[in-house]
Design a protein around this ligand. Structure first.
Ligand SMILES: [Zn+2]
Length: 672
């Protein structure tokens, strides 16, 4: 029996919402006071500056994260009110710390001779954060920098609002049911409900994602698809049904010009250079080379896939002039005709008990790590389970909370989060990390075992991959333990890496057992699953490369020329497009990832992380997927090191060389 009495026990249900914000406020004020006195009174060395800063950050994380988590998974009006009262306090605190130039100077002056490499990296990371937020600039430039920052956040908000308004302003009322032929029941129900809400007969179609996707994929009426397509790709632009009403053209141009100026103020040639300063990629050329290499290798296969689609549409459906609004529709028909594999048909093979047991067996065989259920710990909902993570020496490495099912008042999607990070305390005790794994799978009927689709299983493996990265860390400093300080374009490595196991026959044997017959996934279904995995993968690759190249080159080459955005995009499409774009296409006007999200000159990271994870996984393919040496190398070189070294160095430690794109191309069925 394990001793569990010394484990941390975060409280979720007893948070006093009425006093929470004022206590947070007091904590933050006290922290700011402490920071000032640390900087003023303490010697500027690791023990007297960084260590106490970690204490202060740790106190905030431990106080705030259970509340933050409950707001996401057991929301209520009172919780929302409390949460919203806290947000401005936290952002004011972040700004006060981030703009504290005395603190920056103090950290910068820490003597580093006697520090280990992790400590040196943490100091370098801190200094870089300060410098990129403009703290080190001379007064006049700093003023300009601050006004650029303020204007950029206004503009990104405007971009988002235009896009939202344009999306909502468009509706299409259908009165003849024949027009909607092919649409799935859930899409029809939503469209009907919208019309009923407005008291009009018929159905209302919108540009919201579920409706747009349903029409593009399933609507038999070609003209309907064209109408919705045109409205969708002209949102927030000078074209289409709402031409110039919510036009993002000026917003985009001003943002690009300000981003360029911001980058130059900080000493970079362009915004792309600034973006990669905090990423694993070493130069802008690295990124361009990486993307073009993938493009050149994928293009021939994508052309073949596209030709196959054209042939299919011509022979089976008499359609000889394939247009952009036909692609998803005929692709779906073709996929069904070739593979006829539905996710629902796989469900009975993945009951919860077998899946979880098999998943934990995979973890055990790879890393020697065991997850054991804890019964005597508070959780926020009866569905939630908490596990202790035990290593080969039976030491507790961390706690993992798993919350699998959708329910009212729980945010959608799947994600991992940290409730606390690993660190070594003053008395040499270890504070263990705690992670949460949240999904929104369909909840089973009462008294029935939950079952999962293969897509669900991929999601579960993905999120557990993130959690293990956070939980298995051996770094002693909070600023670099677990997922902290891992470069942005490498943070998806452990999660995407872990997904690979879901496609292995040996793993599927472990995690499947038919709810009625008890048999594991049969070969026939397995073969279909593998074949459907790579359907049109090169076409998908080209689409992602178009977004990535456009985003990156835009931020690398922008120079205030008229029509430059459209010209750069047109140039890239010459290499990426399989079908000429419609002249009215303004999809850049709704590219929120880069104009209203955090992905500017960083969209390539999706592909970058896929290359890393595929390449890392290929060593397992070479040496045996359950080879314990390979598993332990991955544990020691990648999972345990967190942000204590550069992701590139950690990768080379594991793979013995820099990353290569070959494995991703092979896993996508693009090269053999
Ligand atoms: Zn992820």
């Amino acid at each position: 029996m394990m001793h569990t009495k010394n484990l941390p026990r975060p409280q979720f249900l007893n948070i006093n919402l009425s006093t929470f914000p004022s206590t947070l406020d007091a904590l933050l004020k006290e922290n700011l006071k402490q920071i000032n006195s640390i900087v003023k009174d303490n010697p500027h060395d690791w023990a007297h500056l960084i260590a106490p800063l970690d204490d202060l950050n740790d106190a905030i994380e431990k106080y705030w994260s259970p509340m933050n988590h409950c707001h996401a998974v057991i929301n209520s009006p009172a919780r929302r009110e409390c949460y919203q009262a806290c947000l401005p306090k936290l952002s004011a605190y972040d700004a006060a710390v981030g703009q504290n130039s005395d603190l920056y100077q103090a950290i910068k002056s820490i003597p580093q001779d006697s520090l280990d490499s992790t400590q040196q990296k943490i100091i370098a990371d801190h200094c870089q954060d300060f410098e990129l937020s403009g703290v080190a600039l001379p007064a006049d430039k700093k003023k300009r920098f601050e006004s650029i920052q303020a204007r950029l956040s206004e503009l990104s908000n405007q971009f988002d609002n235009h896009l939202l308004d344009a999306t909502q302003a468009f509706t299409l009322t259908i009165t003849d049911e024949k027009t909607l032929q092919g649409l799935p029941a859930h899409a029809l129900e939503t469209a009907k409900a919208l019309a009923t809400e407005k008291n009009i007969p018929g159905w209302i179609l919108t540009l919201e994602m579920p409706c747009y996707l349903a029409v593009m994929t399933y609507a038999d009426d070609r003209h309907l698809r064209e109408t919705i397509y045109q409205a969708y790709v002209t949102r927030a632009s000078d074209q289409g049904p709402q031409a110039k009403q919510f036009d993002n053209t000026d917003v985009i141009n001003e943002m690009l010009s300000l981003r360029q100026e911001k980058a130059q103020l900080l000493g970079f040639a362009n915004y792309a250079e600034l973006s990669i300063a905090t990423k694993m990629a070493e130069s802008t050329n690295d990124v361009i080379h990486f993307l073009t290499d993938l493009l050149e290798k994928s293009r021939p296969q994508a052309e073949k896939e596209f030709q196959a689609l054209k042939d299919y549409a011509a022979t089976m459906h008499d359609l000889t002039d394939l247009k952009p609004w036909d692609i998803a529709y005929y692709s779906d028909k073709m996929c069904q005709a070739h593979y006829a594999l539905s996710q629902e048909a796989l469900r009975p093979y993945f009951p919860e008990d077998t899946l979880m047991e098999g998943l934990f067996t995979v973890v055990k065989r790879l890393y020697g790590i065991q997850l054991t259920l804890m019964s005597d710990i508070e959780v926020w909902h009866p569905d939630v389970k908490c596990y202790q993570v035990l290593d080969e020496q039976k030491q507790c490495r961390g706690l993992l909370y798993v919350d699998l099912f959708a329910r009212p008042n729980k945010r959608g999607g799947a994600w991992m989060d940290s409730l606390q990070g690993r660190r070594r305390l003053k008395d040499n005790q270890i504070q263990i990390p705690i992670a949460t794994l949240t999904c929104n799978f369909a909840k089973p009927q009462a008294n029935k075992m939950a079952t999962f689709t293969h897509d669900d299983v991929l999601t579960l493996f993905h999120e557990l991959g993130h959690c293990l990265h956070h939980l298995l860390t051996q770094v002693d400093y909070l600023s670099a333990s677990g997922i902290n300080a891992v470069e942005w374009d490498a943070v998806e490595l452990p999660s995407q890496f872990f997904e690979n196991f879901c496609w292995e026959k040996e793993v599927l044997q472990l995690i499947t057992r038919h709810v009625e017959t008890g048999e594991s996934l049969p070969d026939a279904l397995y073969n279909k699953l593998i074949a459907s995995k790579n359907f049109q993968s090169a076409m998908g690759m080209l689409r992602q490369l178009e977004f990535s190249l456009f985003d990156f080159m835009l931020h690398q080459k922008y120079s205030n020329q008229p029509n430059q955005v459209a010209n750069i995009l047109a140039d890239i499409r010459k290499k990426t497009a399989l079908l000429p774009a419609m002249p009215y296409n303004r999809s850049q006007h709704s590219f929120a990832h880069i104009f209203a999200g955090g992905y500017a000159a960083g969209y390539y990271s999706y592909k970058w992380a896929e290359v890393l994870s595929s390449d890392a996984y290929s060593r397992f393919e070479e040496e045996g997927i359950f080879n314990p040496i390979t598993g332990h190398d991955f544990l020691h070189c990648i999972l345990e090191v967190g942000g204590s070294k550069k992701a590139q160095d950690a990768f080379i430690d594991f793979r013995g060389r820099k990353p290569k794109i070959d494995a991703l191309l092979r896993h996508s069925g693009i090269i053999l």
